[in-house]
Design a protein around this ligand. Structure first.
Ligand code: PLP
Length: 482
């Protein structure tokens, strides 16, 4: 195995087409928009808080100017630049909105950072489950009525959090959710990691509203995933007076590095400038390119709807006569890299840097694969081979939020952790979140019981070469229930 540097250099030379993060899709985008010099002189730009460079955690100079640009772009009361992804914004947003030991209403298909915030703030979750899109085996929207019920039953909850869009672009009716959350006097936090572009694309039509427009209080978006800033940079938007901005500042300084990268922050500046100066044309072109792709390959894609961010191209591999794994393999053989696949759904993530040529190449390869496959025979196999469901839907019955406190006590009392093989862990309590990555949604949370269904699902994922955090060499950390 070569070094990381060798790997990156080889990848850079490969001429591959990226349908994964980051959204800029390579240095060509920076060069095309006049930032080639920045890309070329990255190492010289790697400075720290020298005189004139401002301070991320007490910004009143050049960094504040960037944050102000974002506040204007998103129509936010205040924006915060993030150097540890949406993950750190989610943690800070939750810790600033929910008191220690308090309660939060959360979508069960939330990202692991939400679960980490629970641990850090000793916060009790009340789970709201997304619907399931049975035809494609992935999570659907979260219903506003389910959130309303949870709010009625839990007047002591301080906030509500959900991902919107989720990894596949599935959105919920955020306007209705914001209304019900605010009627109950609570804070709505939206994990918009996958939708930092939505605000700017509202004028392009046919895409779901951004969380900022829909009325959320705190919105965190990974500008690195779909826009042009570098990996790990992100933006947190505070859109109302319901949360104290000083509290957000305090939580962010607790969990981010005291040496924030100026390269990342400068890339946020570049991204903001490109949006301000050329956004109108770029977003229109992106939307048109995606429309073009749907008109050519729409028969293999998940149908467009008002609740889908269709810039994420969800390809149903079974319609091409293969499984998600097989399709991913065929694409990667041709140097096309998708973002993720679970079961038969493979998602190709477009971004601000996606060009018509990228989409043409993907279309050509899909057509070639469809022609090559005998759909009927392979379709049967694909059903057999499909994962039981996408990761976020394989939720164990034990994942009921109301039992959280009890389990946590049980867990503490049981005390002694053991390391067991997956097979021997059935019936034990999990000592560490078990998280297939991607999409980064815990299947079993710390303190929950591991059942035989979980074990067989996890074994299937491992056999198929998926990454599962919390499992090392086929073993998990767990302890006996009392
Ligand atoms: C739904 C969701 N939320 C949050 C995150 C975290 O974002 P980041 O990688 O910017 O920290 C991810 C990462 O993929 C995600 O999928």
């Amino acid at each position: 195995m070569g070094s990381t540097l060798d790997f990156l250099m080889d990848h850079a030379d490969s001429g591959s087409v990226s349908f994964h993060m980051p959204g800029h899709k390579g240095a060509a985008f920076y060069r095309m928009h006049g930032y080639g010099d920045f890309a070329h002189r990255l190492i010289d730009c790697d400075v720290t808080e020298i005189s004139g460079a401002d301070n991320l955690f007490h910004a009143d100079g050049i960094l504040k100017e960037i944050a102000d640009k974002y506040a204007k772009i998103y129509g936010a009361k205040r924006s915060f630049l993030l150097v540890n992804g949406t993950s750190c914004g989610i943690i800070a947003g939750i810790l600033a909105s929910v008191p220690r030991g308090g309660k939060i209403i959360m979508a069960r298909n939330s990202h692991k950072s939400v679960y980490n915030a629970l641990r850090l703030g000793d916060i009790k979750p009340v789970y709201v489950y997304p619907s399931v899109m049975e035809n494609v085996g992935i999570s659907g929207p979260v219903a506003a009525s389910d959130i309303a019920d949870a709010l009625e039953e839990n007047p002591d909850a301080s906030a509500v959090i959900l991902p919107n869009p989720d990894y596949y672009g599935i959105c919920s009716d955020l306007t209705a959710i914001a209304k019900v959350v605010h009627e109950h006097g609570k804070v709505l936090i939206v994990d918009q990691a996958h939708g930092a572009h939505l605000k700017m694309m509202e004028s392009c039509g046919e895409l779901p509203l951004s969380a900022e427009t829909a009325g959320a209080d705190i919105v965190i978006g990974s500008t690195h995933k779909t826009l042009a800033s570098l990996t790990q940079s992100a933006v947190m938007n505070l859109c109302s007076d319901r949360v104290d901005e000083a509290l957000i500042e305090d939580k962010l300084q607790m969990i981010e590095s005291s040496s924030p990268s100026y390269i990342l922050m400068a890339s946020l500046d570049v991204n903001a400038d490109i949006i301000i100066k050329k956004g109108a044309d770029l977003f229109k072109e992106w939307a048109q390119n995606v429309d073009w792709f749907y008109s050519r390959c729409g028969g293999w894609l998940m149908e467009r709807s008002a609740f889908l961010d269709h810039t994420k191209l969800n390809i149903d591999a079974s319609k091409l006569g293969c499984t998600g794994d097989e399709l991913a393999g065929s694409l990667m053989e041709r140097e096309i890299y998708p973002e993720l696949w679970t079961g038969n759904i493979l998602m190709c993530m477009t971004g601000i840097g996606t060009t018509r040529e990228h989409l043409e190449k993907l279309a050509e390869v899909l057509e070639e694969i469809a022609e090559r496959n005998d759909s009927e025979t392979v379709n049967e196999a694909s059903v057999e081979n499909a994962l039981p469901a996408s990761a976020e839907n394989a939720l164990p019955a034990s994942a009921e939020g109301e039992l959280w406190a009890k389990r946590r006590e049980t867990f503490a009392a049981a005390g002694h952790e053991e390391i067991r093989s997956l097979e021997e862990s059935t019936g034990m309590l999990c000592a560490e979140n078990i998280v297939p990555y991607p999409p980064g949604i815990p299947i079993i949370c710390r303190g929950e019981k591991i059942d035989s269904e979980d074990v067989s699902f996890l074994k299937t994922l491992l056999e198929r070469g998926h990454d599962v955090l919390g499992i090392r060499d086929g073993k998990v950390r767990c302890c006996k229930p009392l």
